[in-house]
Structures are given as structure tokens and as C-alpha cells.
Design a protein around this ligand. Structure first.
Ligand code: ADE
Length: 355
């Protein structure tokens, strides 16, 4: 299995978060790092156990039928291993994978080019698939359903439609926003799965594995200390391993213990919940200026100087999952747990008594 990502069709993402160390979106500088620690098989891929079992069966069945796997859609917050899982599937199927992202498929020729370059059985991985434009979607429909492209030639009265057959392939789409996918596109995926946040134990295993690959000595306590502050997200855990390892090397003997990990994470201003300064600014704003909310996302974004998409895609999923933030039809509200976590003594009247 080889991973192919040609000149302009690799994953292109903007650097949303202000602190790339602890935000979960994928950014260019650590692509190589991620690739070198990425698990290549189900045995080394930690977590998502029920999803793995389902996928193993689908892969076995596809192999027995000698057919490509059904098109798959993975959704869930960034950094949980959607791309990694696609690579594992390709490895397991024994096929190549082409990796791209929706923003790189702006012009019809981008998507046509990549579809026509596919060989039988190959996997096409499209990240951020909810950002695909209408034209690209329309090109994809017949390609996904019946494996052909509808091409038009000529102009106005002389226009001709040409049906170009494609080899049978598997599309794996990934999105952080399943709700933004159009109905017709979503309906064309045979298998749809949500990736879940990782438990502390699972993250500690990811961290121990990564430390092993990077020749970093780490204790169980050290791995758990990092895991607890990694927001349920392996990409964050792996970045923190590097940062904490730097600290351990400069200030001590290089070994990551529980104490070293905690000291280093305190310096990075990552708190016991794994929140960074942006997350805390968001919660504090709602508490101090809006009595705990509700308040609209645009207002929050303007006040803390972040864009709406970063807040929705990067900050919020974990704050919601951790029970610190609530989404209501009238805007965002913080929970009593957020007051407690940030050491506020007084709850707004409507939330008193919820402790
Ligand atoms: N690195 C990132 N995600 C991982 C996972 N699920 N298992 C092992 N290592 C990982």
C-alpha cells in the first residue's frame, strides 16, 4: 500500500487555532511527524473499537466478494484519526489511497482529474467533504453510484454528453460537520460512522506508543498526566508528547514522569481539563459579560478575536462533550461545571441549585 498525494491535492488546511501545539486541526508543519507515528494496521490503531470491528467485517466481506469496499463517511471532531483510519483501511484492503481535501477540488477539472487517475479498487479520501462545491458534488454522484463521468463537449446547440467509464473505487469522505453535507451526497455513502473522543486510558496508550517510536522514555504516570489534558484527541496528545519531551530534556534528564508532565503542561497553560487560553477566554466572556449566556456565536467570536469556524470546529466540540458549554436555540450557555472549573463562586440566579 502506498499513499499518494500529488502536488496540489494534498490536504490543505488553514491554521485556525492561535496555539498550534494544542489545537486539533491538522497543519502543515507537523504533517511529517503525524505520518511517521501514524498506525498502519488495526492492531496498532488504538481506540474506536466498535468502529474497528465493523470495518474489519466490511473489509473481509469486500475481499471475499472481490469487490471494492462501499463508500464510507467518517464524521466527528478534528484530530480523532479519520485520515489515519482511511490509511489503515487501504493497507488492509491492499490498495493505494489518494488523499485530497474538498477545498483543493475547486474547479471541475480538479475532481475530474483525480477521478480519472484512479485505478481499480483504489481509495479516494476527501477530507472536509462538507466543503465540496455543487459542481464537484454533481460530478461525484454518477462516479460514486455507477462509476462513470458525465462529460459535456461543444457549446449550446452542439453540446454533447459523453459517458466516461471509471474503474470501481471506494470514496472515503471525512467531515467535522456531517450536518452540512447535502442529503444526496450523504445518501451515496454505504457506511457512515462517527468517531468518538478517546478515553484517558486509550490516550495513554497512544502516548506510550508515540513515545516509543520517538525514543522518548515515559512512565505510566507521565502518559496519563498528558492524556488527561489532551481533550480526548490523539493529535493533541501526540503534540503534547513532543512539547513535554522538550521540557523534560532541557530541565531534567529527558524522561517524562507524572511530575515533569504536569509542570510542563502548566507552563504551556493547559489546565486540568486540557483547556487552553482561548477556551478559557470563551467561557469567561460568557460568564462575566453575559451572565452565563445564552449568547450568539458571532458575538463570542468578535469579542475573543477568533473566527466563528474555529470556535465551532475546534473549540466547541470538546467544551460540549466535557459538559462545560451548552448549545441552545438562543445561543451558547456555560454550565455550572464551567463556573466550578474556573473558580467562580456565584452562579447566575437561574443556575443556582444545579450543583
Ligand atoms: N496516533 C494517532 N491516532 C492514533 C491511534 N488511534 N492509535 C495509535 N496511534 C495513534
Amino acid at each position: 500500500m502506498s499513499i499518494i498525494a500529488d502536488d496540489n491535492d494534498f490536504i490543505q488546511k488553514e491554521t485556525h487555532g492561535k496555539n498550534p501545539v494544542i489545537k486539533a486541526e491538522s497543519i502543515e508543519f507537523d504533517k511529517n511527524f503525524e505520518n511517521c507515528i501514524r498506525p498502519k494496521s488495526f492492531d496498532t490503531y488504538i481506540g474506536q473499537s466498535s468502529l474497528k470491528e465493523t470495518l474489519k467485517i466490511s473489509i473481509e466481506a469486500a475481499k471475499k466478494r472481490e469487490l471494492p469496499l462501499d463508500h464510507l463517511l467518517f464524521y466527528g471532531p478534528p484530530g480523532l484519526g479519520k485520515t489515519t483510519l482511511a490509511g489503515v483501511i487501504a493497507e488492509q484492503m491492499g490498495v493505494d489511497i489518494k488523499i485530497t481535501s474538498a477545498p483543493a477540488l475547486e474547479r471541475p477539472r480538479d475532481i475530474i482529474g483525480i477521478l480519472m487517475s484512479l485505478k481499480g479498487g483504489e481509495i479516494l479520501f476527501i477530507d472536509e467533504i462538507h466543503r465540496l462545491n455543487k459542481v464537484a458534488e454533481e460530478i461525484l454522484y454518477p462516479a460514486m453510484e455507477d462509476f462513470f463521468l458525465d462529460m459535456t463537449t461543444g457549446k449550446s446547440q452542439t453540446v454533447k454528453t459523453l459517458r466516461v467509464p471509471l474503474p470501481k473505487f471506494t470514496l472515503i469522505g471525512a467531515t467535522t460537520k456531517a450536518g452540512e453535507l447535502s442529503g444526496p451526497l450523504r445518501d451515496r455513502f454505504g457506511i457512515i460512522h462517527r468517531l468518538e473522543f478517546y478515553t484517558e486510558d486509550e490516550l495513554a496508550q497512544v502516548i506510550t506508543r508515540t513515545a516509543g517510536i520517538l525514543n522518548i522514555e515515559i512512565t505510566q504516570e507521565g502518559a496519563h498526566a498528558i492524556a488527561r489534558r489532551s481533550r480526548g484527541t490523539p493529535r493533541i496528545a501526540n503534540r503534547l508528547v513532543k512539547r513535554v519531551s522538550d521540557y523534560a530534556l532541557v530541565k531534567h534528564d529527558g524522561k517524562i514522569t507524572g511530575d515533569i508532565a504536569n509542570k510542563s503542561l502548566d507552563i504551556l497553560k493547559i489546565d486540568a481539563f486540557g483547556l487552553d487560553s482561548t477556551d478559557r477566554a470563551l467561557l469567561k466572556l460568557i460568564i462575566e459579560k453575559y451572565d452565563g449566556g445564552p449568547v450568539g456565536i458571532e458575538t463570542i467570536a468578535a469579542a475573543i478575536g477568533e473566527d466563528v469556524r474555529t470556535i465551532e470546529d475546534v473549540c466547541e466540540p470538546y467544551l460540549l462533550q466535557a459538559g462545560l458549554l451548552q448549545r441552545t436555540p438562543r445561543g451558547r450557555k456555560v454550565s455550572p461545571a464551567a463556573y466550578r472549573h474556573l473558580n467562580y463562586k456565584n452562579l447566575p440566579p437561574e443556575q443556582q441549585g444545579l450543583f
